[in-house]
Design a protein. Sequence first.
Length: 211
Amino acid sequence: MKFIRRYLVAGLLVWVPLGITLLVVRLLVRWLDGTLLLIPAAYRPENLLGFSIPGLGVVVSILIVFVTGVFVANLFGRSLISVWERMLARIPLVRSIYSGAKQLAETMFSEAGQSFRKVLLIEFPRKGLWTLAFQTGIDVGEAQIKTGRDVINVYVPTTPNPTGGYFVMVPREDVVELEMSVDDGLKMLMSMGAVVPHPQKPAQQEAGETA
């Protein structure tokens, strides 16, 4: 019976990750294929060709983002976007949502940004219990001024779904910065601790081992 169990486990180790990967990719492709709905019905591929092309929405989405980037990179494009943003700034609810989303995007996609660049270890939800968190900012704001402490903005994701979580401001002295990458941190969280990345060796230690 042991050899049967061993073979079953070996087979599951092949098919379970592959199945999850295919499921996630399929969901993403279906979601991006929804961008084709922006095209008038008469000009959609399934109506012109007589059949649908899976994944065409992914190509269209990438093309739209690329063309938009080329357009706003020049002076005319930046001027047009500036006019558009001033118009949105006059709409009360839209103004708050758009400005917050823009600041978040600029922080996350900026090469010089600090958002989601470091994996941290903090005591949460109480002293003595540790969890992984991601640094989202270090800017000095009203919270630091009022508390008189150097705090770090961190995001504590839930497990196994990291899209939900908590925003916490933690004093810098209570934060342990880890060497693991953000990808490794997400793997550990999504696996509920079943996948633990190996600690990275210091450069001096690696040099000593190779010598």
